[in-house]
Design a protein around this ligand. Structure first.
Ligand code: TYM
Length: 349
């Protein structure tokens, strides 16, 4: 039997190069060899209160981007999280085995809670602020239990492999812990412990163009798959650099490491080598590097963008894909939920 792979992306806007290289491009490669489930996490998106008027169009745009990047509904089960009511029930059941302390210690929870409370300091000790806050600035419980919901997404299909970027590793580690805990508590060997998957390499973090940190929507430093040529070139040409190497073979500063990381993702090895040598012998011109980088990114994104524009208005096709996906995903989810109910002792009269 083929191993099961599952992954999802939150419906919070257009996909950027981080989503593409950290996740989507791997989904496309994996769908041939695995029993694959790929979904759009619209329930997770609710934790940050999207405008109800745009949530559905965000779901639609990610679905179009999945298909445009090469996900094939004949090979993969492609679905929308909220179409699977079994997820909500299992989320309730699994929460009985999840500690609020471990949830509060999750890095992404602390970051987002800080944002929701408007705290700018890096202080780790935000627990007292959460408990003591007034009702205008509350941290919602859905945000706290985000890792439970993510674990359920994975466990409800008893997935083995979960291709995600580096920033999701802590959530995946928690999923493994919850699976182990459930198995041990009920004395069963039911849930596999899922692992990240990166074709033999380490999980990646695609950097932004602003000199530090990862590419991310809330960081405002993204190159989107849908960016038009002019916009994309402009973004790349404006990327932060430094004053250039001052001596042969000097170590690179973070903004330059980031540019090379992007170059390695999109350019041919000899191109990367050429600019590395130029950096090392101090002949590099960052403008040339950026021009090359922009053109090589466009080689990847342009065909995808063209397909997105084709697909995104084909409502009949999009709804056919998700209806077919929901049917298959519900079948698998319902089977697991029935087993879990039985394991936990919930029986029908
Ligand atoms: P999300 O929507 O934030 O990101 C989707 C995927 O893109 C990856 N990613 C990156 N990878 C490398 N470099 C970056 N700069 C970068 N930015 C984003 C993320 O690692 C992720 O793989 N919690 C998940 C969604 C989710 C999920 C799941 C994933 C919900 N349930 C079950 C897998 C399995 C999230 O917020 O991803």
């Amino acid at each position: 039997m083929k191993e099961i792979v599952l992954s999802g992306i939150r419906a919070t806007g257009q996909l950027h190069l981080g989503n593409y290289y950290g996740a989507l491009s791997k989904f496309v490669k994996m769908q041939n060899d695995y029993n694959s489930y790929f979904f759009i996490a619209d329930l997770h998106a609710l934790t940050t209160h999207p405008d109800p008027k745009i949530l559905h169009s965000n779901v639609k745009s990610i679905l179009s981007e999945y298909l445009a990047a090469g996900l094939d509904p004949e090979k993969s089960t492609i679905f929308v999280q909220s179409d699977i009511p079994e997820i909500a029930e299992m989320y309730l059941l699994l929460n009985m085995h999840v500690g609020i302390g471990e949830l509060m210690r999750t890095t992404s929870f602390k970051d987002k809670a800080r944002k929701q409370l408007g705290i700018t300091s890096d202080s780790d000790n935000i627990e007292s602020e959460i408990i003591g806050n007034d009702s205008n600035k509350r941290v919602n419980a859905g945000l706290l239990t985000y890792p439970t919901l993510m674990a359920v997404d994975i466990l409800i299909h008893r997935a083995h492999k979960v291709p995600v970027g580096k920033d999701q590793e802590q959530h995946l580690e928690m999923t493994r812990r919850f699976a182990r805990r459930f198995n041990a508590f009920y004395g069963v060997d039911y849930f596999p412990e899922p692992t990240n998957f990166d074709f033999g390499g380490a999980p990646i973090k695609v950097p932004g163009l602003d000199g530090s940190g990862k590419m991310g929507k809330s960081e405002g430093n993204c190159i989107y798959l849908l960016d038009e040529d002019k916009v994309l070139r402009k973004k790349v040409m404006r990327a932060v650099t430094d004053e250039g190497p001052q001596a042969p073979n000097s170590p690179m500063t973070e903004p330059i490491v980031n540019l090379f990381t992007l170059l390695e993702l999109v350019s041919a090895p000899d191109v990367v080598e050429h600019f590395r040598n130029a950096y090392n012998d101090c002949s590099i011109r960052y403008g040339d590097l950026k021009k090359q980088l922009a053109e090589d990114i466009l080689k990847v994104t342009t065909p995808i963008r063209e397909r997105i524009l084709d697909i995104q208005n084909d409502d009949a096709y999009l709804s056919r894909v998700v209806r077919m996906g929901a049917e298959k995903a519900r079948e698998s989810a319902a089977k697991t939920l029935a087993d879990v109910r039985e394991i936990m002792g919930i029986k029908k009269f």
